[in-house]
Design a protein around this ligand. Structure first.
Ligand SMILES: Nc1nc2c(c(=O)[nH]1)N[C@H]1C(S)=C(S)[C@@H](COP(=O)(O)O)O[C@H]1N2
Ligand SMILES: [Mo]
Length: 316
């Protein structure tokens, strides 16, 4: 598969590093002022764009968890790659264009619903989570089922803590998660009507409370860019990337195994567990190796994406 690594300057402001942000914003505001002065741009639009980009850059001060300090032998991807190449079909199938089509998506304010087998269903604003749970940074491998991979420093907190806060009852056996449905803002949802939007995924509850499962609100030391699943996404790094659902609006605790988006769309290609396994080929390609985008070469794929020790017991 051919993946073009984008140049940093093709990315929107929000995907550059925090140090660069200040200068980028200044330049943007200067250009905006010039444009207004020149009399051809709608000042309202420019001001709105400037305001919208501001909260997205909020830095997050999260200490790096020493257990996930780095990935042996693999470099952390520059953010120009992690934010420049995304799978986010709500916007487009073209990986290099997601950031541009998601740039104006309004990922705040953001309400989330908790329902199903819990003591008491409730709703919350995503920013409540940032106050409630201590944030940490973890450097994880990220392996897409399409056989490309990167290493990303995510910021979030263990999904386990969130599950405990939700107070599931004894009947809860699975955690189902649902993304947004906003076709007016998400061109992929308008143009690809054949998909069963909104995107939905699920984990077994014992998978959800495994130490590795992370609820993510940021990356690269700041709030998540839209294209990477703002404002709240899952990261389950021992599974193929499609399990790590972006922009979550609903958490539902269920007794029966929930259906999942890709398993419903192409059941012969994507199963529920979707654990990374180099020995089981995808029907259309091998999973034995992967294209490491930062190194720009193929490397062997590891069982459970290198996290065998922490999760293999779940599948015996
Ligand atoms: N809502 C939603 N979540 C999603 C997807 C998607 O299309 N929609 N794509 C998945 C796939 S296939 C991958 S590889 C990862 C990509 O995450 P990244 O852009 O942060 O690398 O998001 C996953 N989560
Ligand atoms: Mo993926």
């Amino acid at each position: 598969m051919l993946i073009r690594i984008p140049k940093p300057w093709t990315l929107p402001e929000r995907s550059v590093t925090p140090e660069q942000v200040y200068h980028a914003r200044r330049r943007f505001l200067q250009q905006a002022a010039l444009a207004v002065g020149a009399g051809w741009a709608a000042p309202g639009l420019l001001l709105r764009a400037a305001r919208q980009s501001a909260p997205t850059y909020a830095p997050l001060n999260a200490p790096r968890n020493p257990r996930f300090e780095k990935v042996e032998g693999r470099p952390i991807a520059p953010e120009s790659i992690a934010a420049g190449i995304s799978n986010f079909y709500e916007f487009t199938m073209e990986k290099e264009r997601v950031h541009e089509l998601a740039a104006r998506f309004r990922s705040r304010p953001w309400q989330v619903e908790v329902k199903g087998h819990v003591e008491k269903p409730f709703r919350f604003d995503v920013d409540d989570l940032l106050r409630r749970f201590p944030l940490e940074e973890r450097v994880y491998r990220h392996r897409c089922v399409e056989a490309w991979s990167i290493v990303v420093p995510w910021v979030g907190f263990p999904l386990r803590q969130f599950v405990e806060w939700c107070r599931p009852t004894a009947r809860a056996k699975y955690l189902r998660m649902v993304s947004f449905y906003r076709p007016q803002e998400a061109p992929g949802q308008r143009e690809m009507r054949w998909y069963p939007w909104p995107y939905y995924e699920a984990l077994r509850l014992d998978e959800a409370v495994n130490e590795l499962a992370l609820l993510v609100v940021g990356s690269y030391g700041h709030l998540l860019p839209n294209q990477n699943g703002a404002p709240l996404r899952l990261i389950a790094p021992w599974k193929y990337g499609f399990k790590s659902i972006k922009s979550i609006t609903v958490f539902e605790f269920t007794e029966k195994r929930p259906r999942t988006f890709w398993n419903d769309v192409v059941p012969q290609e994507y199963d529920f567990a979707a654990n990374v396994n180099p020995r089981v080929p995808h029907p259309r390609w091998s999973q034995a190796t992967e294209h490491e985008l930062t190194l720009d070469r193929r490397i062997p794929t590891l069982p459970y994406n290198g996290y065998e020790e922490m999760v293999a017991h779940l599948y015996r």
